[in-house]
Write a protein that binds this ligand. Structure first.
Ligand SMILES: Cc1cc2nc3c(=O)[nH]c(=O)nc-3n(C[C@H](O)[C@H](O)[C@H](O)COP(=O)(O)OP(=O)(O)OC[C@H]3O[C@@H](n4cnc5c(N)ncnc54)[C@H](O)[C@@H]3O)c2cc1C
Length: 390
């Protein structure tokens, strides 16, 4: 197979007017198709396939995938704006769209031309969904310790192992599975495979019951002697870890942007609420402690947004320190997002704790952003490593 990655062309820059029109269309989608249903999907653990397909019609299935396979050809900076808007409608769905985009981008950036043509029209249209399969029961933060094996057998590889916490597991059509082709080569012994959902030997664990992100399924992905053609390798044998990590740079910006959107939604709710709620004969908005709390929330979010946009621009420019900037943005924005949403809940008093007000759902959804795509401790490891390298 052709192990040479297809060169990724720089996305075509769009005008400010075009960008504004795209963001407005995404905002409309989030307000009309996500927000009205978000609480219900959360309560019933409903994965809204049809709504996601509408998102595919809007170009959300391959935001920074090239246009010849149905992608939107936008930049990471555009994507950060898009994910913030989507998360105002529903952080759980926005975050799934982020993971789906990560998968589509991996195939666009590292796949051979036949692989691009085979899988990307399905993913960019969102007629099929993607899953990213790295974590295992015995390997989370230390992802290079994965044990899923891929053993060559003629023109095929035989994959065996268990992937843990897989977003979209059981619903996706395309699984990118990182597996070990060399038991002794550490990170360099890992290879990325495209595994279609209907491959014999592939099965799924039961739906995990989670604190948040209930509108998207999380399941184990179980590989029991799954045979895939060698032509399903992405980017060449031994390239899998590098590919998986490069996908996470962009994923971290998106997740950070989802935290911004969810927290901004909660802050907007709190600003409205403090005018309406009276205690001790006056609105909460008259109390300086409340105003100071709001001021800090807005300041934290603005700082986080600046960091996210800087990191996205660094990734677009392929800056040498882009990975560190993505880690900084992810660490700061997901911590700030959770704190702001939790403070918005506090300002709502007991009502903030009620499902119908929507704030507690955002708090639950944003909590996991501090854990996945590399925990915020691992973000500090990445930042520290780069700092100390000089
Ligand atoms: C809802 C959900 C969806 C997910 N979706 C996906 C998915 O689609 N695909 C996928 O591959 N994975 C997915 N994950 C997995 C996620 O990326 C991992 O949970 C995460 O990387 C942490 O791994 P772990 O849970 O094994 O924790 P561990 O690695 O066991 O870490 C436990 C604790 O130790 C800390 N720690 C570990 N090492 C260090 C260190 N060197 N220094 C300081 N502290 C450290 C961690 O920060 C954490 O606080 C998902 C997880 C969740 C909860």
């Amino acid at each position: 197979m052709d192990a040479t990655p297809v060169p990724v062309l720089a996305p075509v820059a769009i005008s400010e007017d075009e960008r504004a029109a795209i963001i407005e269309a995404v905002r409309d989608f989030a307000q009309s198709e996500l927000e009205p249903h978000a609480l219900q999907w959360d309560a019933s653990s409903h994965f809204p396939r049809e709504t996601l397909r509408l998102g595919g019609d809007l170009g959300l299935g391959g935001i920074y995938v090239r246009e010849d396979v149905g992608g939107s050809g936008l930049t990471r900076s555009d994507a950060a704006l898009i994910f913030e808007e989507l998360a105002k409608g529903d952080p759980a769905i926005a975050a799934y769209i982020s993971i789906h985009n990560m998968v589509a981008w991996m195939i666009d950036a590292y796949g051979s031309e036949p692989q691009r043509q085979e899988w990307l029209p399905l993913l960019t249209s969102m007629q099929g969904f993607g899953s990213y399969c790295l974590t295992e029961p015995g390997a989370g933060s230390d992802a290079a310790a994965i044990a899923t094996s891929a053993i060559r057998s003629g023109d095929e590889y035989v994959l065996t192992g268990v992937k843990q916490f897989i977003s979209g597991g059981g619903e996706a059509s395309v699984y990118i599975v990182m597996a070990r082709t060399d038991a002794d080569a550490g990170a360099r012994g890992i290879t990325a495979f495209v595994v279609p959902a209907d491959t014999p030997g592939l099965s799924f664990g039961q739906l995990e019951h989670k604190m948040g992100w209930n509108a998207q399924p999380t399941r184990q992905v179980i590989l029991d002697e799954v045979r895939v053609p060698a032509a399903h390798i992405l980017g060449g044998e031994g390239q899998g870890f590098k590919i998986a990590m490069s996908a996470l740079d962009g994923g971290r910006i998106n997740i950070a942007a989802c935290s911004l959107g969810g927290a901004q939604w909660a802050l907007d709710r709190a600003v409205k609420y403090v005018h309406e709620r009276f205690t001790f004969g006056e609105p909460l908005a008259e109390k300086q402690a409340v105003v100071f709390a709001l001021a800090d929330m807005a300041t934290e979010l603005r700082a986080a947004r600046a960091l996210v946009r800087d990191a996205a621009a660094a990734l677009d420019a392929k800056a040498p320190d882009a990975s560190m900037q993505c880690a900084m943005a992810k660490r700061f924005a997901t911590d700030a997002g959770f704190t702001v949403a939790n403070q918005a809940l506090q300002l709502h008093g007991g009502y903030g704790y009620l499902h119908d007000y929507g704030i507690e759902k955002v708090v639950r959804d944003l909590r996991v952003h501090q854990i996945l795509e590399g925990t915020n401790e691992i973000m500090r490891v990445i930042i520290g490593r780069q700092l100390l390298a000089h």
